[in-house]
Write a protein that binds this ligand. Structure first.
Ligand SMILES: Nc1ncnc2c1ncn2[C@@H]1O[C@H](COP(=O)(O)OP(=O)(O)OP(=O)(O)O)[C@@H](O)[C@H]1O
Ligand SMILES: [Zn+2]
Length: 522
């Protein structure tokens, strides 16, 4: 290696000298030439030293060691997080207190012949604190925390998934009390008939064997997490295995307030900031989003050289988390910008007409992959929606495409995301909520592999009906649509009060039943 380097370096130096001789020689004095040669030699020596530097060599050994350790599962942590760091989720924490007590005072339970609750399954949407809760269980009991992800057994360790499960449990028993956390359990625990894969089946079988083989003397608790409980194999959910299911939901307004408090407790906030106001403005966000918002707000404040975080920083952070990063110097043709302005105006106007969630902001500044966006701000958490409310939501989503068709009489690619969401809602209405002419049948979503013709027809029918009504609304209120689009082209962004100012008393509040019918007629 060294000989090769010397050879290459000498070659470079000699080439350089030849080149310098031929082109620059007339301009360089002999002193300059000596200097260049000296620098080249110094650089060469520096490079050779780096190659032999013990720190560099050490770094290579270290990475290898880490890989080895991971293969034999020697990694576990002793988390410092406790239930105080997990905001909201009171019912779940209450249930887990029993498990914690079992780990902390296992003797008491063993004397009574009580068996340790072996498997706990957290299920619910992403970013709601499942991993955080699992590590808090370990933190509260000072247990060793082994964390693995279902996908890594089948992706990273092909051929060794089953072996890895075995060693993971062995090590956890040795370090007991311990908590094993398996995230994305669906990657190994999906229903076996859904996608048959030998590697995955072997891993799952080994997991079942380990769960069954637990001995009550061992204080090892296994917690698994998934966003898709419906996909899991029944065998995993049977009593004695993952038999305690806990739903970890997206936070409601009260929980959002608690989570924001946790994530702002070490941050210098402007005293005028109301956390409960912020909680209302972050409807639909998960715990992970909220921690992101708090962090982004702090970063924005630092960027502006401020010593405290103000509400304006939070507003920017919320927008960034909802809509993605603002694209600097976008290259959009003026014609495209006009199309986007009508598209976004369509969403905003239909939202106003139907009095759905308040339009907080409408903008044609590109963010993330979107060329424009509308931020709606629901006033309250809703858990049950009627068929009419679902249709209203779909109409707001279809407002963009309908506006484009009305004004330009063409279809563009800009409505892809809207159509995806609309189709999802319509599909749920047909297959899950019994809101179509197909009747009250419930179709398991994972079982609908290819949609049957009748389901497809129903979905299409619902979307078309909504679309036609939306189109007619925009036709009726075309003046307002043009007003918003023109203002957007001039100002790029309109907030809710600017929108109100622009539209005046719109839509007028009907005073009589007749007036209401006239307003709603399309
Ligand atoms: N209830 C909560 N209280 C405080 N912080 C939370 C809460 N929920 C989520 N967070 C924050 O969000 C981050 C991500 O949450 P976590 O990884 O636990 O979610 P998850 O449900 O495991 O997500 P996924 O399903 O994507 O794996 C946490 O590290 C924490 O900062
Ligand atoms: Zn859209």
């Amino acid at each position: 290696m060294i000989i090769l380097c010397i050879f290459v370096a000498l070659n470079i130096v000699s080439n350089f000298v030849t080149w310098a001789n031929s082109s620059l020689i007339n301009r360089l004095t002999s002193g300059d030439r000596l200097l260049i040669l000296g620098i080249t030699i110094l650089l060469f020596i520096y490079y050779m030293k780096l190659d032999k530097n013990p720190q560099y060599a050490h770094a290579t050994i270290n990475t290898e060691k880490k890989e080895k350790d991971q293969n034999s599962n020697e990694f576990f942590t002793k988390p410092k997080v406790t239930f105080q760091d997990v905001a909201g989720l009171e019912e779940v924490k209450e249930e887990l207190i029993e498990v914690i007590d079992f780990i902390n005072q296992s003797e008491k339970y063993k004397k009574m012949g009580a068996k340790i609750p072996k498997g706990i399954l957290f299920h619910g949407p992403p970013g709601t604190g499942k991993t955080l809760l699992a590590s808090a269980v370990a933190g509260e009991t000072k247990s060793a925390f082994f964390s693995a992800s279902g996908s890594e057994f089948v992706e990273k360790y092909v051929g060794v998934g089953a072996k890895r499960i075995r060693t993971l449990f062995e090590k956890a028993r040795k370090e007991a009390p311990s908590v094993i956390f398996i995230d994305e359990i669906d990657a190994i625990g999906a229903k076996r008939h859904l996608d048959s894969n030998n590697e995955k089946d072997q891993t799952l079988n080994q997991l079942l064997v380990e769960l069954d083989g637990f001995n009550t003397d061992q204080t090892v608790v296994v917690i698994a997490a998934t966003n898709r409980i419906d996909l899991l194999d029944e065998a995993l959910l049977r009593p004695g295995r993952f038999d305690r299911h806990m739903y970890i939901s997206n936070p409601n307004v009260k929980a959002r307030e608690e989570i924001l408090k946790v994530h702002t407790r070490n941050k210098p906030l402007d005293p005028s900031i109301s956390i409960s106001d912020l909680a209302r403005k972050t409807h639909g966000m998960s715990g992970a989003h909220l921690s992101n918002v708090a962090n982004e707000a702090a970063i924005i404040a630092v960027r502006e050289n401020k010593h405290i975080i103000t509400i304006a920083h939070f507003e920017q952070a919320i927008e960034r988390v909802i809509a993605g990063l603002q694209v600097k110097n976008p290259t959009i043709l003026p014609k495209e910008k006009e199309v986007v302005s009508y598209h976004e105006a369509g969403h905003a106007l239909v939202g106003k007409i139907l009095r759905t969630d308040m339009v907080h902001k409408v903008s044609i500044i590109p963010r993330g992959q979107a060329l424009g966006y509308v931020i709606h701000m629901p006033q309250e958490d809703r858990y049950v929606l009627t068929k009419e409310e679902l249709c209203d939501k779909m109409m707001v989503m279809l407002g963009g495409r309908a506006a484009e068709e009305l004004i330009f009489n063409h279809l563009s690619t800009g409505a892809k995301d809207d159509l995806k969401k609309v189709t999802e809602v319509a599909m749920q209405m047909v297959c899950e909520y019994g809101m179509s002419d197909l009747g009250f049948i419930y179709n398991e979503p994972s079982m609908i592999r290819s949609l049957s013709d009748s389901i497809n027809q129903e979905i299409n029918k619902i979307i078309y009906e909504c679309y036609n009504t939306t189109y007619n609304y925009l036709k009726k209120y075309r003046n307002e649509l043009e007003k918003i689009s023109t203002a957007l082209l001039a100002r790029e962004t309109l907030n809710s009060s600017e929108l109100d100012e622009l539209l005046g008393d719109f839509p007028p509040t009907p005073k009589t039943k007749d007036e209401k019918e006239k307003l709603e007629a399309v």
